[in-house]
Write a new protein. Structure first.
Lengths: 493, 124, 485
């Protein structure tokens, strides 16, 4: 049996099987071990799939041997491989971090269940990425979402419960909208396979049903991606969940939703229809811009640092959506590049806060007084992540900003280029606030010297160094993104 | 008129969908919100099943005498969606139980008030 | 030793000095010795590079290639060499001064101070060696960030507020205008490399190029062109050695250096001469010169007065660059060197007065010249250099600046320069005259005031002598500057 041929299926099945295994082993440390092994396997599988993509454009795998378009097909191309690497990598780093962080933040009897839910989220997200069947996307989306609701509710603060509930209600509405959209598309074309749909949609594109389907799909996905104004669930969900969950979600959840959105827009409907005939591109430009400004402005006034980063994430999603709205090759390149870079940046920032949470209970700005002295390495990592959000050269964030501004100038949208740079300046303010408190104020109380575990600092610095690496060497990230964009733009209605 | 009765199912779908959304948005009680969510999801189930019905079609069980069958695929999809709906409701109810333990209330406004008091203790 | 090795040493020496300072933090004397050693080594490397420098054969060293067609690279050209010589010479001198000042003033966090100083010099050296706009932008931003701890050194509320003004204006202009200009340049020219004669197509619409120039000049907040000048007086809250080296030499000179480099190597001097916006910018620079001088006259705080004098002097260079003639570029480049020595002397004296006599206001300085004769003599010499009188270095740059305005047929700006020199007399030279010839309020006023601490005094003498020597030995500098265009 050739293992590599089965990789597309194995990468989904592994975490799916690992989840009940975590429950069965019961012991938190063992559950952590299972989770870590699975994450490493997924990352390795992602690398393997990328390797296999050197020779072919697309990897296609028929589930159970049933041939598409009737059977469920797993389909991985360059964009999918990029996402898979991101998911696998985030999972490994976050699981490493989780060893001590979860012990500290989650009740003992629930720790094994934590890893179960984490594996289910991973399975769901990976499933969304590899599948070539649109209903499958819905199923995996719900798998990951439900597990996410459970994960968020494990936070220490009781507000995590309500945050999770609110996310549940909004997320379910969003997912149901997606379901409606899928239904309409199925009625008009008779197929659920993405490839097949793409071929059949042009014939029926002009019908009310398809346009309605498009609307439902994009709204549902926009809600999952935290597009303004459907972002309300995000700040509290990120702020009150365990640190590991915030970091993992910030790196993956919204990114995968945006991935599906890009698939629907480009692979399914084609850029000409979705961004040309329908005014969705202008809508994205507007909503993206508003998201950037609103997210950054609100972030400035937060006293809870995790909430501040959550609003910053909304702004960053705004950047990505703005870039997609440009409907051009530079635009899509910038969008996908920022998708990748931001995952690393936000992951590192939330992990830094996770280390801070290890010594304190809250993440209030006032708590961070004097951390520049007492936790120099953690704050240094935070500063690097912050500089990346601002877009200082030699960081990944600068590369994203560069490509975004170039794409905007290319489209002659000067006011929006200035808006993007203004967003960077707003980032200076909210990052500067944290740095001021951390470096220029005396530590509030005398804390016992707590040794920060090497797994936490190590995984934090892994992401931070990755941030700098991708700011100085874009051969890999840009290469993969360019490949993805060129294959995506080949399809058109 | 014939159109109206011919599209009766879809009218029901629209009614249920709007009713469900309204209940979710307008209710302060968390359990009621969840019920509204279920109603909303139920409307989608009816939508799909209605799609599957083929005019003059028999239930999709193979038989040598029949030629036209209703489409079984939407039924399969909906079974999956129903399961998802059940799981969602279960998670939601579990959360409500925990919320009730933590806050002593299942009313959204009261919970918001208690959270505000947490955030801004001086305002109490 | 190869030129590339020189480049690397220029960057590594300040970084290693910083590491040395941090590791030797428990041994103040050794720590200070490392700083001086690093400074001395850096200057010798730059001097050695100057000796072997051949402008006709530039040597490029690519460090990294983040994006296609855009690299982080080093290449020395005459303007960069001039700036590097000035900065690397004045770093050890300022360190010497700082040793006297910081100890006499019992400043806290001295290790952080010397470390931040060293990494700021690293950023400055990277600016001088930049081969393209990306490297320059990276080093420019690094300089802002590395000097922030120095500006906010005191840690007081006022210092923190000054830090926000500093950061806000400098990062605001650099991200909002300069980055936009750089990206736009990339979109227009397809390259970011500094090339003699410029990289922009002369056929492009003049209005667009004019707008681009405006973005560059306003984007260079470090050049303190109005209305983005407020950070300079705000930064005076920093200890005097910081004001001296960074805000008389490194930071502000990095600003005008950037403008000169953009004019010469991105646009091309001739192209700038044809742009309308360059004319308007030169008028704005002229306005800045006069209004900053007028403000300076009204200020009683000595360091604030010197800050506005700096704003005024920087606009001399901006004005010269906007004239669009090669003599303007040469004049501006020379003024970088002349003004650096003169201004640093002035700041050194201000700091000496603060430490020795605890006086910060001009009105308090009556008769202090009798107690601090050496300091006030240096002040007088430096002030005369700023005014532009022989036999001091500033006279040469003033002469060529006037010459450049004639070359550009701009008599208005000629007038501005002359008026400004007159105003300089009023607000700068009046200070040492007051110190020597005015009578103090009462006999006991200046009792107990002695000269500055010895290391600081030596530093003052060195820079004062520099002002004199630059007058006599201007030729090598002039040759270097002419090599730019």
């Amino acid at each position: 049996m050739d293992l590599s041929a089965q990789l597309p299926a194995l990468i989904v099945i592994a975490p799916l099987l690992a989840a009940p295994l975590c429950v069965l082993v019961g012991n938190p440390r063992l559950a952590w071990g299972v989770a870590l092994l699975t994450s490493v396997f997924c990352f390795a599988a992602a690398l393997g799939l990328l390797q296999m993509l050197q020779h072919v454009d697309v990897l296609s795998y028929s589930m159970g041997g049933w041939a598409p378009p009737l059977g469920i097909e797993l389909r991985i191309d360059a964009l999918g491989a990029l996402l898979l690497l991101l998911l696998g990598g985030s999972s490994v780093v976050v699981t490493l971090f989780a060893l001590r962080s979860v012990e500290h933040e989650v009740a003992l009897e629930r720790q094994a269940l934590f890893y179960t839910a984490l594996m289910l989220v991973l399975a769901g997200l990976i499933g969304i990425t590899v599948t070539g069947d649109i209903f499958n996307i819905f199923v995996f989306l719900e798998i990951s979402s439900l597990s996410t609701y459970a994960l968020i509710s494990l936070g220490r603060d009781r507000r995590a419960l309500f945050a999770s509930f609110r996310y549940l209600v909004m997320g379910t509405i969003g997912a149901t909208f997606i379901l409606i959209g899928i239904g309409f598309m199925y009625v008009m074309t008779g197929t659920l396979n993405l490839q097949d749909l793409a071929e059949r949609l042009p014939a029926v594109a002009d019908t009310r049903a398809i346009r309605a389907a498009f609307a439902f799909l994009t709204i549902g996905l926009g809600l999952k991606a935290a597009m303004f104004p459907l972002h309300i669930w995000l700040p509290n969900a990120y702020a009150y969940s365990p640190s590991v969950v915030s970091a993992f979600l910030a790196s993956t959840a919204t990114k995968v939703a945006i991935y599906v959105l890009v698939r629907v827009l480009l692979s399914l409907y084609g850029a000409h229809f979705s961004l040309g005939e329908l005014p969705f591109d202008k809508l994205l430009l507007v909503l993206g811009s508003v998201g950037i400004v609103a997210g950054s402005l609100v972030a400035i006034f937060q006293s809870n640092v995790k909430r501040m980063l959550a609003y910053s994430s909304i702004a960053q999603v705004g950047y990505i959506l703005l870039a997609i709205g440009l409907a051009s090759q530079p635009g899509f390149t910038a969008a996908l590049l920022h998708l990748f870079n931001h995952a690393i940046i936000k992951g590192s920032l939330f992990l830094a806060l996770g280390v801070v949470s290890f010594r304190f209970t809250g993440a209030k700005l006032a708590d961070m007084a004097g951390l520049g002295k007492t936790m120099p390495w953690t704050m240094a990592a935070f500063v690097v992540g912050g500089l990346s959000l601002i877009g200082v050269p030699a960081t990944a964030g600068f590369i994203s900003k560069w490509y975004l501004v170039i794409a905007l100038i290319d489209a002659s949208l000067w006011p929006l280029a200035i808006l993007v740079l203004f967003g960077s300046l707003l980032a200076v303010v909210y990052i500067g606030r944290v740095i001021e408190v951390a470096y220029y104020r005396q530590p509030a109380r005398d804390l016992p010297r707590k040794q920060i575990p090497i797994t936490m600092v190590g995984s934090l610095w892994l992401l931070t160094l990755g941030n700098v690496y991708f700011g100085l060497n874009t051969e890999f990230s840009l290469g993969l993104v360019s490949l993805a964009v060129s294959s995506l733009m080949g399809v058109g209605v | 008129m014939a159109d109206f009765f011919g599209q009766f199912n879809y009218w029901v779908v629209v009614l249920l969908m709007m009713a469900g959304l309204y209940i979710v948005i307008a209710s302060a009680n968390l359990v009621k919100k969840l019920i509204g969510l279920s109603v909303f999801q139920a409307s989608v189930f009816i939508l799909y099943i209605t799609f599957g019905k083929v005019s003059g079609g028999a239930p999709p069980i193979l038989s040598p005498e029949l030629e036209v069958y209703s489409n079984p695929l939407p039924h399969v999809l909906i079974l999956t969606a129903i399961v998802v709906g059940v799981a969602t409701t279960a998670v939601g109810l579990a959360l409500i139980v925990r919320i009730h333990e933590a806050y002593g209330s299942t009313d959204e406004d009261e919970i918001d008030q208690m959270d505000d008091a947490d955030d801004y203790p001086a305002r109490k | 030793m190869s030129i590339q090795a020189h480049y690397l040493l220029m960057l590594l020496i300040p970084l290693l000095t910083a590491a040395g300072v941090v590791s030797l933090r428990r041994y103040p004397n050794l720590r200070e010795a490392i700083t001086l050693l690093g400074g001395g080594l850096l200057f010798s490397v730059v001097a050695s590079l100057a000796a072997t420098f051949d402008p006709a054969q530039p040597v490029t060293m690519t460090l990294l290639q983040p994006m296609q067609g855009i690299s982080l690279a080093l290449r020395l050209e005459p303007l960069g060499l001039l700036f590097a010589l000035v900065a690397s010479f004045l770093w050890p001198v300022t360190s010497l001064y700082a040793i006297g000042y910081m100890r006499a003033h019992h400043e806290k966090n001295q290790t952080r101070f010397y470390t931040a100083f060293a990494v700021s010099i690293f950023a400055t050296m990277l600016i001088t060696l930049s081969a393209n706009l990306l490297t320059l932008f990276l080093a420019y931003e690094m300089l802002t960030l590395f000097t922030l701890p120095l500006v906010t050194h005191a840690g007081t509320k006022q210092a923190r507020r000054a830090g926000w003004v500093y950061l806000g204006i400098l990062m605001g202009t650099s991200i909002g205008f300069l980055l936009l200009a750089i990206v736009w340049t990339w979109a227009l020219a397809g390259t970011l490399e500094f090339t003699p004669g410029g990289i922009l197509n002369h056929e492009t619409d003049g209005a667009l190029l004019g707008a681009l120039l405006v973005l560059y000049v306003f984007g260079t907040g470090k050049a303190a062109l109005m209305p983005f000048h407020r950070w300079l007086p705000a930064a005076m809250v920093a200890p005097t050695p910081v004001s001296a080296l960074l805000h008389a030499v490194a930071v502000v000179k990095a600003g005008v250096f950037t403008i000169l480099k953009v004019v010469v190597y991105v646009f091309g001097v001739d192209l700038v001469g044809t742009l309308d916006s360059a004319y308007w910018l030169s008028l704005l620079a002229g306005f800045t010169i006069i209004s900053a001088s007028v403000v300076a006259m009204s200020l009683d705080n000595l360091k604030a007065r010197l800050a506005y004098s700096t704003i005024s002097q920087l606009s001399y260079i901006i004005l010269a660059a906007m004239l669009g003639v090669s003599s303007g570029i040469i004049a501006g480049s020379l003024h970088i060197a002349m003004h650096a020595f003169a201004k640093i002397t002035l700041f050194f004296c201000a700091g000496a007065i603060l430490v020795a006599a605890h006086k910060t206001r001009v009105s308090e300085l009556n008769g202090i010249g009798r107690s601090m004769p050496l300091t006030m003599t240096a002040f007088l010499i430096a002030a005369l250099s700023v005014v532009g009188l022989p036999p001091f270095g500033g006279s040469w740059s003033k002469w060529w600046l006037l010459q450049a305005t004639l070359d550009a047929h701009n008599s208005l700006l000629l007038l501005v320069l002359l008026v400004s020199s007159l105003l300089n007399l009023f607000y700068l030279v009046s200070i040492p005259l007051r110190a020597f010839f005015a009578a103090p309020a009462d006999e006991a006023y200046n009792q107990g005031v002695r000269e500055a601490p010895l290391p600081s005094l030596i530093a003052i003498i060195i820079t004062m002598t520099g002002c004199l020597l630059l007058f006599l030995l201007v030729e090598p500098l002039w040759n270097l500057a002419s090599g730019i265009v």
